[in-house]
Ligand binder design. Sequence first.
Ligand SMILES: [Mg+2]
Length: 143
Amino acid sequence: MSIFKADKKFEKFEDVTPELLKKEGVKLLLCDLDNTLRLHSEKEPADELADWIDECRKAGVKIVIVSNNGRKKMMQKFCEPIKVPCVWWAKKPMSTKLTEAIQKYGFKPSETVMLGDKWSTDVLAAKFAKIRSYKVEHRRNIV
Ligand SMILES: [Mg+2]
């Protein structure tokens, strides 16, 4: 697999279905936040995001948000109602925080995927962490 390519591409996070994750053997989904799970301006989780996270959870997929956003309080406030752990200031494309999350929650790299909108941070960090990457379109372009 080329370093320039994500393993799979989607238009939006909603297209990454629990059925697909199950079929692909994904048990831990590390998610970028800005322009992947929300528009940069959204202060609260949208209903479609809360629903998608619930569905993934029911399918046995653990979701952890791994963001380069450094606004800790904003991120905690955003993630609290959806009950998803978050890592802020992750410094992607460095893979340190991805690897830490994989170890902290007790998964294998082979059952982990990084989902994000940017090649230069999300996809590359996944390559460095030796996990699969799923890329979505920059969210502001499609909603
Ligand atoms: Mg992003």
